[in-house]
Write a protein that binds this ligand. Sequence first.
Ligand SMILES: Cc1ncc(COP(=O)(O)O)c(C=O)c1O
Length: 419
Amino acid sequence: MKHDKLAIDGGVPAVTRPVPPMYPGGMRIGPEEEQAVLDVLRSKRLFRYYGPGDSPSRVEMLEKAFAAHLGVRRCVAVSSGTAALMGGLAGLGVGPGDEVIVPAYTWIATASAVVALGAVPILAEVDESLTLDPADVERKITPRTRAIAAVHMRGGPCRMDALLSLARRHDLHLIEDTAQANGGSYGGRKLGSLGDVGAFSLQFNKIITSGEGGLITTDDETIWKRALMYHDVIGGDRNGIPEEEILPGINLRMSELHGAVALVQLGKLDRIVGDMRRNKALLKASMDDLARRKGIRFRDEPDPEGDAGICLVFFVPAAERAQHIAAALKAEGLPASVIYSGRRDYHVYCDWAPILRQRSWAGGAPWAWHPPIEYSRDMCPRTLDLLQRAVHLDISPDLTDVHLEEMADGMAKVLSALL
Ligand SMILES: Cc1ncc(COP(=O)(O)O)c(C=O)c1O
């Protein structure tokens, strides 16, 4: 080891140059995205359905390209990942009186979308994969359960075999929230193509981005038509749906400018995911020996080959130790954190105050239409325990070999001293 004294104790940091910020697609925006936006502006066709000339709709091109990339028949582009979840749930027919099982660890949007549809989110524990624990999902199923929201958190696929089999046995729908795992797969199939419907986000933190944006994916014509009607006030009419079948929609459409950027980013997705996977594999391999000696437990990977590679997570025995290790890694210059440090974080159910307190826009909906249920900050203790002991490292696709070597050094330094 070059420098044995930990940087947190005044030693020299192992990483000598800043690591790239964790905006995988965002950091790769280049002349191609600039040109795509310019082309749209010059065409003056900024709206998906029409413009002054006969240039093609970038949003429509994006939908076709994304469906082909995923291996599904249909895709609807929308204004955000939350809109994609809402459109997906509307596509499934989820509504008042229904329950949807959501993981206790996900961005609050997953639960908010359920509430927005008038249904009640039911929280289930995550396991060492940091995705839904199928055994807890099964315990949470009631006669009102309509769907399971499988969230592929931090790039990692859910235990899809178990969740799909549960859904089948109990006649439930499965929506895949793939906001954080675009480009990942399970059993060789792209995430977002295994359940009844997939929901993606193109917000700026995501693997590919147009700043804001979302995508709904499905093989099912009925779900697709319902999503088309939901995402556009006259989506039914615009898409040739017979008048007597048209349902009232809202406007969650994507703009052509966003479509143009997303289309270029889609072309970069495989490369970005490939680079993150490579970087993650190198860093993990550099920890092999140490991990064995120290008994380090990495996050479970239901399909290691399908992981999108955006992070490396390991659990340490106690929350306090996790905080200290993350602080020491940070001092060495590594992009480390504890997943739940106790500071308010809307990825963790106990900080979802509007949901836990069942605050309603009007009339107590959706909970007033449902037999009383209770949420509490400690209702998913296993999730809290895991997240508080989980040390998380960002894996940018743009890490250089020098970064990776220095990060491995920093890791070895800190873990040898503190574990
Ligand atoms: C797991 C998850 N679901 C849903 C969303 C919502 O996406 P958006 O911010 O685009 O609405 C996000 C990201 O923000 C997310 O991380």
